[in-house]
Write a protein that binds this ligand. Structure first.
Ligand code: CS2
Length: 498
């Protein structure tokens, strides 16, 4: 089968949307750090849709570690397909927004030079939570992180996200060029604000004046991004290539739903992303909190408890009535009351839509994929909700079970005695704590709660939290996930009837 690419584009079957603009005239206005499936299925799609009217916003996609994406997309001239499916039908589209793909470690100085190109007005990121080199519980820069220490001394050849963002800004300042806007697109609360604080703190390790210049001149709008984009599988490659009649080495398979809410706070020109369905607003915070706590909080709960029940995918976990019911109850009774009012927004309809999205049979979204990096995800997905509820004296039964699910998961062995492959930046530390404590809730709970970078200082000293987690973890160890979830549902129902 021939490869998808500029020369074969005309052979795509009718009905597959393709670039409706002359790709040779597209300039690179955006450098995107973190060229994973999520960026290619989300921001790149919004951008592709407006290039016909404004060709200044092509994207140089940057992989910060592996060459795999570049190796797959370069022979395709940067073209790839996005398939949106709800299980009933498919909408396919070829995206042409990438003007190039770079692999940062191969030529860090070359990337800094690209960042200093005056045509580049926006640098965006999807580098995941751990890419921010920060302490997720406090938002503070981890100045002792090896990459951060390296970059502070080698800003012309950095390794980290912060190193590239600040290295590019320093060169622009040296050349008297205006800065770019830095657009954070990761699942963190106040992501732009967080990234701004980190960039300023990191620049301060190198040059006080540069830190001040960034604080005074660079805009870091926050955004809420939402689309479920599972990692591409070999089966996806085969299915998509068969449908295209052309081999696509790295297609994106996603859901029809997509949402992007952006704070309208750019330092200069910006693409008219609203013309392709994004929303510019003054304050993104309520949208972010709603999405992180309802969608991502539920996702992590489904991932840990579903994995422990033996469910490989989110859709399989949602087919377990007690787990699906527990998640729905948690969203309605425990999470929703902590959210700020969003004038006119129909939260019950949003919740119902989320549950449907989780049930999408076309997405093979692996529970193990969402379970990774829990130490970076828990604070904004579950722990903030728990703190808010405890401050108001409200119960936290299902949220505590979700946290216990994470603890049971990091204990390293599943209910059949098989090892669990833990993928987390704190994996070594988590494994050591778990090995030391053994599968005993009264030992493992305090051991893991001692991680201040995850749990902070307040929650671990609140007995309402510690005892709820320990009780749930004890039940997970002794009764197993299935029975614990069923009992928690029944117990909560009895509570409500009292
Ligand atoms: C998921 C998210 O992998 C994960 O942790 O919860 O990637 C989720 O699919 C997206 O945030 C949906 O917008």
């Amino acid at each position: 089968m021939d490869r998808l690419g500029t020369a074969t584009l005309h052979r795509l079957p009718a009905g597959i949307v393709r670039p409706d603009y002359d790709r040779t005239t597209v300039a690179t206005g955006i450098v995107h750090l973190g060229l994973g499936a999520f960026h290619r299925g989300h921001q790149a799609v919004y951008t592709d849709a407006l290039l016909k009217d404004d060709s200044r916003w092509g994207i140089l996609g940057v992989s910060l570690r592996s060459p795999d994406t570049r190796d797959a997309l370069e022979p395709q001239g940067g073209l790839y397909s996005v398939t949106a499916s709800d299980g009933a039908g498919h909408a396919r589209r070829v995206i042409g927004a990438l003007t190039g793909v770079a692999v940062a470690p191969e030529d860090p100085a070359g990337l800094i030079a690209r960042l200093a190109d005056p045509a580049v007005r926006i640098v965006s990121t999807t580098v995941t939570e751990k890419g921010y080199s920060h302490d997720p519980a406090t938002g503070a820069l981890r100045a002792d992180d090896p990459d951060i220490r390296h970059d502070a001394l080698n800003l012309t050849h950095p390794r980290s996200t912060l190193g590239f963002i600040v290295g590019g800004l320093r060169l622009r300042r040296q050349r008297g060029l205006p800065p770019y806007t830095v657009l954070a697109c990761d699942n963190l609360p106040a992501n732009g604000h967080t990234l701004r604080g980190l960039a300023i703190a990191f620049a301060g390790l190198i040059d006080r004046d540069l830190a001040e210049w960034i604080a005074d001149n660079v805009r870091f709008p926050s955004t809420m991004v939402d689309r479920i984009v599972p990692a591409t599988t070999d089966a996806d490659r085969a299915d998509v290539s068969a449908a295209l009649g052309l081999d696509d080495a790295w297609p994106v398979v996603t859901e029809p739903f997509s949402q992007w809410v952006i704070a309208d706070d750019f330092g200069g020109d910006r693409p008219a992303w609203d013309a392709s369905g994004a929303q510019f607003v003054r304050d993104v915070a309520p949208f972010e909190l709603m999405k992180l706590r309802l969608l991502n909080g539920a996702h992590s709960t489904i991932a840990y408890l579903g994995y422990l029940m033996g469910c490989e995918t989110v859709a399989a976990a949602m087919a377990e009535p007690d787990l699906a019911g527990l998640v729905e109850d948690m969203m309605r009774e425990e999470v929703t009351p902590t959210l700020p009012a969003l004038g006119g927004f129909d939260v019950p309809a949003y919740r119902a839509a989320l549950l449907n999205r989780f049930r999408n049979p076309a997405l093979k979204h692996r529970t193990a994929q969402i379970a990774m990096d829990g130490s970076q995800k828990l604070p904004q997905r579950l722990l903030g909700t728990i703190s808010d509820r405890l401050a108001r004296g409200l119960p936290i039964t299902r949220l505590a079970l979700a946290v216990a699910g994470w603890m049971r998961y990091v204990s390293g062995t599943d209910e059949q005695g098989q090892p669990i492959a833990l993928r987390d930046p704190l994996a070594i530390r988590l494994r050591a704590l778990a090995d030391d404590a053994g599968p005993i809730a009264s030992r493992l709970t305090p051991a893991l709660l001692s991680l201040a970078s995850v749990f902070g200082n307040d929650l671990p000293s609140d007995p309402r939290f510690t005892s709820a987690v320990e009780t749930a973890l004890d039940s997970l160890f002794h009764q197993g996930a299935r029975a614990t979830i069923a009992q928690t549902r029944v117990a909560r129902r009895a509570d409500l009837m009292d």
